[in-house]
Design a protein around this ligand. Structure first.
Ligand SMILES: [Zn+2]
Length: 464
């Protein structure tokens, strides 16, 4: 096992902020940038992203890339950088968050903020989500500057705090208070994508997120008669109501819905897989009501596929009861609801939920995610595909729907920007990328960071 840390290659001065100067050295690699980013502890809460963002500003300033800092909380600034283009295309937005999720309670083999390189992998919190991704974007911009490449349209890089806990001082602040910074932007690239979907042994997939599910969190309140628990509970007792509620939601979803974007995804996926597996995915596409056709595939892949053909509802937080010897009179249950893309309204979702749980339980929608316009897979999507095909001719780009929600929801719902989750990665087939998100021992292959930077550089230079 080799443990080493790379040193700044040509620009040691990049560690301290300074005035704008000549273009930065071309050797400023994504790995070196990602290492530095990981070493800033930006665990959210509390975030404290300022030092990290100021470091990024120093690097970009020295390369002669114009930056602005915008903040509602000075400890948690946003940075917006702009690389001017030739005016042939609308501006393109790249957005990335620098906050990361906590590491407490997790057993890490390596220090989570060490940024160590071990056996060709860069370790640390944020390596995947999403400091590694941001490093690809920054390295591509720096390469453009260093080579004198001028993009066809302006490239805007928005570096934001607070994605992991609601985006209030991050992307939401930017789109609500400074929408003028994004005037004319039609397309954006942000996080997610790049996951191998657990199908690595069958095909080298390059998932491109074209739509996200929408968060709709619901609190269910159940009430019933109390009484001494030394006697059996009443049939109308609140625990019996809880049992019936859990049974009604046991399969995790609210029934299959056909959406064009999922249909296209499953069609392309079926075509990319070897015949036996591909046929089963196609059978699932035609009749998702029967997921047993997927038996034998990786369990998390099956759960993912089942989650993109229906609105899902997961029971997460249960609260109630005051004493072991007292039948409770009230129990609340929180549901993590995720609504499919394609314009489904909150009312439709709540209507289906009501059908499931019956007329009695009180339902309160306490978090409602933004409703984004339906996805468009137009010429820009084709460019993303073309770049991936050029850089990995044997790989298969694939449009996917993610079950998560990212800052893309704010840029798309508030500003009408078509957002893509595009993290170009080239993995060994056995890499379990998705299982590293928010988990201990998060890490990314150095070669994957370099591949991603090459892809971003090709896209930004207009060669795609
Ligand atoms: Zn993220």
């Amino acid at each position: 096992m080799i443990v080493k840390t790379t040193e700044p290659q040509l620009s040691a001065a990049a560690d301290s902020p300074g005035p704008a100067g000549p273009p930065v050295a071309p050797g400023l690699s994504p790995v070196w940038i990602a290492q530095r980013l990981i070493r800033f502890n930006t665990v959210n809460p509390p975030g404290d992203e300022a030092e990290c963002v100021q470091w990024i500003r120093g690097v970009l300033d020295r390369a002669g890339i114009e930056t602005r800092i915008l903040a509602s909380d000075p400890r948690r600034p946003n940075l917006v950088a702009r690389l001017p283009g030739r005016g042939l295309e609308p501006p393109l937005l790249l957005h990335a968050h620098v906050d990361v999720v906590p590491v407490e309670g997790q057993e890490w083999t390596r220090p989570p903020f060490g940024g160590e390189i071990v056996d060709g992998e860069l370790w640390g919190r944020g390596a995947v989500d999403m400091k590694g991704h941001l490093a690809m974007m920054m390295a591509a911009l720096l390469r453009m500057r260093a080579r004198g490449d001028v993009p066809p349209g302006d490239v805007i890089l928005a570096v934001v705090p607070d994605e992991e806990t609601g985006s209030t001082v991050g992307a939401r602040f930017l789109v609500e208070r400074h929408p003028e910074l994004f005037a004319g932007v039609r397309y954006a690239i942000g996080e997610d994508g790049g996951a191998e979907l657990g199908l690595g042994p069958y095909a080298r997939l390059h998932p491109i997120v074209v739509a996200e599910k929408r968060t709709c969190w619901v609190r269910v309140t159940l009430r019933g008669p109390g009484g001494h628990a030394s006697r059996v509970a009443s049939g109308s007792g609140v625990v019996n109501k809880l049992r019936r509620l859990l049974e009604s939601l046991a399969d995790g979803g609210l029934g299959v819905q056909h959406t064009p974007v999922v249909d296209r995804m499953l069609k392309e996926l079926a075509n990319a897989l070897p015949p036996g597996v591909g046929e089963r995915v196609d059978a699932f596409r035609v009749a998702p009501e029967d997921p047993s056709v997927l038996d034998g595939l990786d369990e998390s892949t099956v759960r993912y596929l089942r989650s993109i053909v229906q609105h899902t509802v997961s029971v997460t937080v249960l609260q109630g009861g005051t004493g072991t010897n007292v039948h409770p009179t009230e129990i609340t249950v929180e549901l993590d609801g995720r609504v499919l893309p394609g314009g489904f309204t909150t009312e439709e979702f709540l209507g289906l939920l009501r059908e499931r749980v019956g007329p009695e339980p009180e339902l309160e929608l306490f978090v409602e995610g933004e409703l984004s316009p339906p996805p468009r897979l137009d010429a820009f999507y084709d460019r993303l595909v073309k770049v991936l095909k050029a850089k990995d001719p044997d790989g298969v780009p694939l449009p996917i729907v993610t079950t998560a929600s990212t800052d893309a929801r704010l840029f798309s719902s508030r500003l009408g920007i078509q957002c893509f989750g595009w993290m170009p990665l080239l993995h060994a087939p056995e890499t379990v990328y998705r299982d590293r998100l928010h988990c201990p021992d998060e890490r990314i292959a150095v070669s994957a960071l370099e591949f991603g930077t090459d892809c971003f550089h090709m896209l930004l230079s207009g060669a795609g």
